[in-house]
Ligand binder design. Structure first.
Ligand code: MG
Length: 273
């Protein structure tokens, strides 16, 4: 359980797209018999009631302790993954954004253009469906899909399972496409070498100040869909200034996956990893 938002990771599935795994996957979100939406209970048996220790008038000491233990366990496993990747010359990039900013489109284009100059493989994270792993596979790269169920982020345990199934080649560039969400993914180390945040100009230029943890943690901010700037109220300079107020050295990269503007800088950044 994520103690930040209470999301559960009890229903995680890892699917290697292009294998018999995928044939058993539902294409959508099936509300069949017995399907129940999980809720962010603090305990599975409390059905939304606060347990005794969670009296709202008391300090939330237990919650903080649990959160610290969950993150410490996650960080230890992420560090093991980092060593495992390093031993194989594999570089991992954690790709984070809101839903719909263009993460998967950016990867499709990068795979198509051989922009990284080396093989790419992808661990896809979404709550449901294998849509994105299928797109990556069709673009020509290896992909596995992690479905997090009620979970709103990838964590180190999921990524370890995903990498075992993905079996990336030595020297590959591995993208970890996180669940679309600008909050919790910032907290979880996955063993990556770099964290990339993608925002798009249709989302508004206020995101750095609204979601400061995400932007403070980023090595690179990609601003996608710049071809739409004439049609939206998005101040690129203001957005960059706000991001740099949180993270002065962050690399800032406006581009358009659709039109191809700025992709050279992205490919250069990838080749220098
Ligand atoms: Mg996607």
């Amino acid at each position: 359980m994520c103690t930040t938002c209470g999301c559960g990771a009890d229903e995680v599935r890892v699917t290697a797209v292009g294998t018999t795994d995928a044939a058993t996957q539902p294409r959508g979100h099936d509300h069949g018999p017995g399907h129940a939406h999980p809720h962010p209970d603090t305990h599975p048996d409390t059905h939304g009631e606060l347990p005794d220790s969670q009296d709202p008038t008391e300090p939330r000491t237990h919650t903080i302790d649990l959160e610290q233990r969950i993150l410490a366990k996650n960080d230890q496993l992420a560090e093991e993954t980092r060593h495992w990747l390093g031993d194989r010359g594999i570089t991992a990039v954690n790709l984070m954004s809101s839903p719909g900013s263009g993460k998967t489109s950016l990867l499709e284009r990068t795979i198509h253009d051989n922009g990284a100059g080396r093989p790419i493989s992808v661990v896809e994270g979404d709550q449901e469906t294998v849509f994105d792993a299928t797109r990556i596979r069709e673009a020509g790269a290896k992909a596995v899909q992690i479905n997090t169920g009620a979970g709103c982020h990838l964590d180190a345990t999921m990524v370890k399972s995903g990498l075992e199934k993905l079996d990336p080649g030595n020297g590959d560039l591995v993208f970890l496409e996180n669940v679309g969400n600008l909050v919790c993914p910032a907290m979880f180390d996955l063993g990556e070498a770099r964290k990339v945040v993608v925002i798009s100009v249709t989302e508004g230029d206020d995101k750095p100040l609204k979601y400061p943890h995400m932007f403070a943690a980023a090595d690179l901010v990609v601003v996608n869909k710049t071809d739409l700037l004439p049609y939206v109220d998005f101040d690129v300079d203001r957005c960059e200034k706000d991001a740099r107020s949180l993270n002065p050295d962050v690399t800032w990269m406006p581009l358009s996956v659709q039109r191809g503007d700025g992709l050279d800088a992205w490919y250069e950044w990838l080749r220098e990893l």
